[in-house]
Design a protein around this ligand. Structure first.
Ligand code: AVI
Length: 322
């Protein structure tokens, strides 16, 4: 079952954020959450298979290998909420392990309806599972999930795939603290974080040879054309992946190849781009393994255990609400 979005004004919000992000003085920006429409979600799924981008496979390897250990640390009865479930494929390992021990309610929370549908199709064959998806922003969805939990049930919240890395560091801590406020003491958060790696490896991961990440990034302009009636000429923008050493992140930008003007009727603006000017569309922050212990404390959690992938440095951190 899927609880659909309650916001009838989704197109209006998109137009508003596009106008706001592109009319700024200085660096133009678009929120990375808009990368994930139906086409973007499908392209991200392809990215997860690219040899250059090992993040999703590392995440899945850890969950497959340590599902038993992770579940051992979370006393039953437990319900599972997942923030940004994506296709749900890597969550299967944890859910199967849990469902062998108890009947399990699983609550994926996603703003992308197509990802929720994909996730439900992927996981509904697991024995002893019930799935209720929420088409919501993460925190709104999680608050609603808590109204479904039974009295003695703990909540295990999954925030996998290093999606936390798409927030800047202070915003990441704030987000975790907001999650903590929704939870009860003793609830769990399993948090996936991509670890630091050499710059060249990161640039290759975010600017792959086949151009899938470039298409993923450019699709944001195509989406603005489709949904807001804009006239972006995609051939006049180039995908760029850059390292930001100070922020310890990789940034994705779309760089204008020439001086040009773009009309976005539903956002009631015309935007001028200088040659070489960029739109910043996403940051992926990378972490040290130790830093999560401190970050967890700052947000009101305790990091109880950590599992690290040897092939592609990535950590699964099990946090307990203090
Ligand atoms: C979803 N998120 C954690 C991915 C990342 O690595 O930041 C999105 C992505 N962007 C480009 N490639 C993948």
């Amino acid at each position: 079952m899927i609880i659909p979005a309650v916001t009838p004004n989704a197109t209006y919000d998109f137009a508003d954020e596009v106008r706001h992000g592109l009319s700024r003085r200085g660096q133009k920006e678009l929120p990375s959450k808009y990368l994930y429409d139906e086409v973007g979600s499908a392209l991200f799924e392809v990215i997860s298979y690219l040899p250059e981008y090992g993040l999703t496979r590392a995440d899945e390897r850890l969950l497959r290998r340590y599902a038993g250990e992770i579940v051992d640390r979370v006393p039953a009865p437990v319900a599972v909420a997942e923030l940004g479930s994506g296709s749900g494929k890597k969550t299967r390992w944890l859910l199967e392990e849990l469902c062998r021990r108890q009947r399990t309610s699983y609550y994926p929370v996603e703003i992308s309806r197509s990802a929720l549908d994909m996730c439900e199709r992927e996981l509904r064959d697991i024995d002893a599972i019930s799935i209720v998806g929420f088409e919501r922003e993460y925190l709104d969805g999680l608050s609603e999930v808590t109204t479904y939990r039974q009295k003695n049930q703990r909540l295990l919240v999954l925030f996998l795939g290093s999606t936390i890395g798409n927030f800047d560091r202070p915003a990441g801590v704030k987000f975790l603290a907001d999650v903590r406020r929704i939870l009860d003491p003793g609830d769990f958060l399993l948090l996936g974080t991509d670890l630091e790696k050499p710059a060249e490896q990161l640039v290759r991961a975010y600017d792959d040879e086949l151009g899938v990440t470039a298409a993923f990034n450019l699709n944001l302009l195509a989406r603005i054309n489709r949904e807001l009636g804009a006239n972006f000429d995609l051939s006049q923008f180039a995908h760029v992946a850059r390292i930001n050493r100070k922020a310890r992140s990789v940034e994705m930008h779309l760089e204008s190849r020439r001086l040009q003007r773009v009309k976005i009727p539903a956002a009631r603006v015309t935007i001028e781009f200088q040659e070489g000017e960029t739109i910043w569309t996403e940051s992926s922050h990378k972490y040290s393994a130790m830093e999560m212990f401190k970050t967890a404390r700052e947000a009101g959690f305790r990091c109880e255990a950590q599992w690290i992938d040897a092939e592609w440095p990535f950590a699964e951190n099990l946090l307990v609400a203090a």
